[in-house]
Design a protein around this ligand. Structure first.
Ligand SMILES: Cc1cc2nc3c(=O)[nH]c(=O)nc-3n(C[C@H](O)[C@H](O)[C@H](O)COP(=O)(O)OP(=O)(O)OC[C@H]3O[C@@H](n4cnc5c(N)ncnc54)[C@H](O)[C@@H]3O)c2cc1C
Ligand code: FES
Length: 274
């Protein structure tokens, strides 16, 4: 068993943090990589990006939004309990290099995935400008950690309850007008990543996005996670999850993410009933 050592409810209980004992994964994992977890023998395989790792303590941290059957089951696990299986690190790590000014844009739980990348970019000597957003103040996560991981932090809320009233793309446009930005890293809901890419395309600034298609094995064998990038089929689990955002077919990704909505809803209702 992979024991849960620390547990926190975030964003009004819609998001949960688990610090899990997984010494071998913690030793090898790099920013941008993910794990696949199963709560129990009959559990679904759920991919989640590592929001943090501590090789000395032998732990990895995951932060997940509670959206359906398996994440609701994960939420019920207490400190001292754990996951039957955790496999990883999976996927390609983020290529961290010294470039100059790097803008890191995060939305919703995407901020958790962005945090180790922003920290790595700053540690290597980049000037990191972070922009994080949420629907409202209560749903915002990791503000303090993102402040420490960046040289400049901008916070946005859709309803104006905190920080800039509006979308992360408004602030991004202002920054791109004023600064010579070398790279944008955008992680969050698919529509947000799509809109960030349409802004950065106009300014011709390279943009990395982290894709979250439905995955099964996570090792390149089932083809479930296929995405179209630059007109070619790529597997997000082994070729990604990060890709050049200007080449991604976001509309196809959104369509594929909806493919099992009906079955997901039935499974969730059945789980709650049982
Ligand atoms: C590489 C990767 C990293 C991810 N990292 C995070 C993270 O750090 N934090 C976070 O909150 N979420 C993350 N996700 C999304 C997370 O895996 C899904 O929210 C989760 O699988 C939902 O499962 P469920 O049973 O609770 O919900 P369901 O009701 O089954 O599904 C809800 C939605 O989640 C997605 N989903 C369902 N099953 C899968 C699956 N097997 N693989 C991928 N997506 C699925 C679909 O879009 C679906 O419509 C990541 C996804 C991928 C592919
Ligand atoms: S999840 Fe099966 S090939 Fe990527």
């Amino acid at each position: 068993m992979f024991e849960i050592l620390e547990r926190q409810d975030m964003a009004d209980g819609t998001v949960v943090l688990n610090e899990i004992s997984a010494p071998l994964i913690a030793k090898k994992a790099k920013p941008g990589q993910f794990v696949i977890l199963k709560a129990n023998e009959t559990g679904e395989r759920i991919p989640l990006t590592m929001a943090d790792t501590d090789p000395d303590k032998g732990t990895i941290t995951i932060i997940y939004q509670v959206v359906g059957k398996s994440t609701t089951l994960f939420k019920s696990l207490k400190i001292g309990e754990g996951f039957q299986d955790v496999i990883g690190p999976l996927g390609q790590p983020t290529h961290i290099e010294k470039l100059g000014t790097v803008v890191c844009v995060g939305g919703g739980t995407g901020v958790a995935v962005l945090h180790p990348i922003a920290r790595g970019m700053k540690e290597i000597g980049n000037h990191v400008i972070a922009i994080i957003g949420a629907r409202n103040k209560d749903l915002l996560i990791l503000e303090d950690k993102m402040k420490a991981a960046s040289n400049e932090l901008h916070v946005c809320t859709d309803d104006g309850s905190y920080g800039h009233h509006g979308f992360v793309t408004d602030v991004l446009k202002d920054i791109l007008e004023k600064e010579a930005v070398k790279l944008v890293v955008a992680i969050g809901p698919v529509p947000m990543m799509k809109f960030v890419c349409s802004v950065t395309e106009k300014y011709k600034v390279k943009t990395l996005v982290s894709l979250n298609p439905i995955m099964v094995d996570g090792t390149g064998m089932c083809g479930c996670c296929r995405v179209s990038v630059g007109g070619k089929t790529r597997f997000a689990c082994i070729d990604g999850p990060e890709f050049d955002g200007h080449e991604v077919d976001f509309d196809e990704l959104m369509q594929r993410l909806q493919a099992y909505k009906e079955q997901e809803s039935v499974a969730y209702k059945k789980f709650l009933h049982e």
